[in-house]
Design a protein around this ligand. Structure first.
Ligand SMILES: [Zn+2]
Length: 318
């Protein structure tokens, strides 16, 4: 039976409903928050409120994509899941190189040492202090997905190391991979690296690729087996929703409805109504899906994007 590894344990994949494939609930500390205070999400009660609201509009599961040492607070994610009833998947792995100090251990350890640390977070439990020890203190919550990240139009040396370690860990544990691309670039280069390191592109989501809504590029990536993560709805500073609706319509018409997942990526306090900001975690279900329906996209295809594709992508390979 296919299973997804949530912060409260393994659940059968077919028990999961609507999924937000890439989002954020808590960020306290870490390189991103240091770079931009709007990326600090420090209120557990706001996150519980957001998840109760998400559940009230039909949400079932959310994947929190804060990896090692980017403000990840695993015990808080457990509390949010328990108090809201939303299934939460936590991640291991790394953000982009720019968020880690040159002296950070990730820049010193070998690929195999880093892979071992990732594998332990999947099999034994997430390290509560993000491996900033010296003691290792594991949560009962295990990681359910591995993240790696790539820079804008290039891949930095630390990112190359993190990609190889993520592939080793995914092959060893059966855990899925979900990535960060900067502005949707380097997708084809990442697919080449997955193949080089023996990871199956079918077990990988390339994140934020709708920042680069080039139809032919998307068709090429999808035809190579990866799933494409679209999380730009409501982010008008990049593209109006109509651009993403149109991209999804054209991808579905071309037979790629099995290769798309949707997420909110509410990493900024200014995006949450609870912090006095924007639409928050209900936007996809309450505002964006009606736009897909209006554009004539079949409900069967919409259900793939919201439910069936993420169920498959976040399942562990046994
Ligand atoms: Zn994100």
């Amino acid at each position: 039976m296919a299973c997804i590894q949530t912060v409260l344990g393994k659940v059968p994949s077919d028990s999961i409903g609507i999924v937000d494939y890439h989002d954020h609930l808590i960020t306290i500390g870490g390189g991103e928050e240091k770079a931009d205070k709007d990326l600090r999400l420090d209120n557990v009660n706001y996150a519980i409120d957001a998840m109760l609201s998400y559940k009230s509009v039909g949400g079932s599961m959310l994947v929190d994509m804060n990896p090692i040492d980017c403000g990840r607070q695993i015990e808080m994610l457990k509390q949010i899941s328990i108090q809201s009833g939303i299934h939460i998947v936590a991640c291991t792995g790394f953000q982009r190189a720019i968020y880690y100090d040159p002296e950070h251990w990730v820049n010193k350890y070998s690929v195999n040492q880093i892979a071992d640390l990732i594998i332990a977070e999947i099999e034994l439990g997430i390290e509560i202090n993000n491996y900033n020890g010296p003691l290792v203190n594991r949560s009962s919550a295990k990681a359910g997905v591995i993240k790696f990240a790539t820079h804008y139009n290039c891949i930095k040396p630390m990112e190359m190391k993190a990609i190889e370690a993520a592939c080793i860990a995914s092959i060893e544990t059966g855990a899925p991979i979900s990535t960060h691309t900067e502005r949707g670039t380097m997708g084809l280069e990442v697919i080449d690296l997955l193949k080089k390191y023996g990871a199956d592109p079918a077990h990988v989501i390339l994140g934020h690729v709708d920042r680069n809504p080039d139809l032919q590029y998307h068709k090429t990536m999808a035809s190579l087996g990866v799933t494409l993560g679209y999380d730009g709805p409501s982010r008008i500073k990049y593209w109006p929703d109509s651009v993403i609706v149109n991209l999804i319509k054209k991808m579905c018409d071309a037979g790629f409805a099995d290769n798309i997942v949707l997420g909110g990526d509410n990493g900024r306090a200014s995006m949450w109504p609870q912090y006095g900001g924007g639409y928050g975690h209900n936007y996809i279900i309450s505002i964006f899906v009606p736009k897909l329906q209006e554009a004539g996209i079949k409900q069967d295809d919409i259900n793939k994007l919201l439910i069936y594709n993420p169920r498959r992508q976040f399942s562990f390979i046994e």
